[in-house]
Design a protein around this ligand. Structure first.
Ligand code: XBP
Length: 270
């Protein structure tokens, strides 16, 4: 068994609770473009089964049999809507209402102190991540990460394992020496497909969900004075996710692989 050498973080919902901001940006975009669509929290939780905001809109448009503007195909129309949504999302981030989730900065600092390699692996754009972390971390944060893989860098979004395989390639580390931290079933599937042990930190859109194949499912990474709540553990008792937790995760035999099928009607509309 390899020693722990790397830690790969998902972004949306894992580093910060950004999905509510994404949801608000989507709805503002629909209203601004004269669409009678409104993604409430229950619907958005279901739509998160589709990684990628553009793909999510395309699946929803098809489910609503939307006719795009004359002379424009649906894909291009959704691409235009997504660019509008991204601009709104980034402006919303600039309002500074988000914070890193509990334990995220602590674990990053612990990993850096232990000379672990760090990576970001996300289905959103690098530009969105940079806008988010420029507001939440010191300006030198890009140097902290040995790999930063966004939706632009790989052909397929989660649940494909492509983004995690690319992160491992850039880290020059085997999956057996790293742990992934995720918040969604798609993210779990992607990390597991790349052979990574995975810790899930649930968030408002994913709490209570079933995370087959995860080594640990907690409500947040925890702080010494704010213990995490464990929903599932294959690695024994956990009060706060630290490097010891990650080493135990790596040392624990892989949970059985589960084939998860689309957990949402929309996932089949693509
Ligand atoms: C989360 C996603 C993204 C966001 C929306 O990415 O699936 O699609 O929901 O962002 P991750 P975009 O959890 O992998 O960080 O609209 O830019 O796709």
């Amino acid at each position: 068994m390899n020693a722990l050498q790397g830690l790969i973080f998902d972004v949306d919902g894992t580093l910060a609770n950004t999905e509510e901001v994404h949801r608000l940006a989507f709805n503002a975009t629909f209203e601004q473009n004269g669409l009678d669509w409104h993604w409430d929290t229950a619907l958005y939780a279901d739509l998160l089964a589709i990684s990628g905001g553009r793909e999510r809109m395309l699946a929803y448009a098809r489910s609503r049999r939307l006719q795009p503007p004359a002379g424009e195909d649906l894909q291009h129309y959704c691409q235009r809507l997504h660019a509008d949504k991204t601009a709104r999302y980034q402006r919303m981030l600039d309002e500074g209402r988000l914070a890193l989730r509990p334990g995220v900065r602590r674990l990053i600092d612990e990993a850096r102190d232990a000379r672990l390699k760090l990576a970001l692996a996300t289905s959103t754009s690098r530009a969105n991540v940079t806008r988010l972390l420029d507001g939440l971390l010191p300006p030198e944060w890009p140097q902290w990460f040995d790999a930063f893989v966004g939706s632009e860098d790989v052909p397929e979004k989660k649940p494909s394992g492509a983004v995690y395989r690319e992160a491992l390639r850039r880290l020059s580390l085997p999956a057996s020496a790293c742990v992934a931290i995720e918040d969604t079933v798609n993210g779990l599937r992607a990390a597991r497909e790349a052979g990574l042990k995975t810790v899930i930190t649930t968030q408002p859109f994913t709490e209570g969900r079933f995370f087959p194949g995860a080594s640990l499912v907690v409500d947040q990474l925890g702080e010494p004075d704010r213990p995490c709540r464990v929903a599932l553990s294959r690695i024994g008792p956990v009060t706060c996710v630290g490097l010891g937790t990650l080493r135990r995760t790596l040392a624990t035999p892989n949970p059985a692989r589960f084939r998860l099928h689309g957990s949402s009607a929309y996932a089949t509309a693509l």
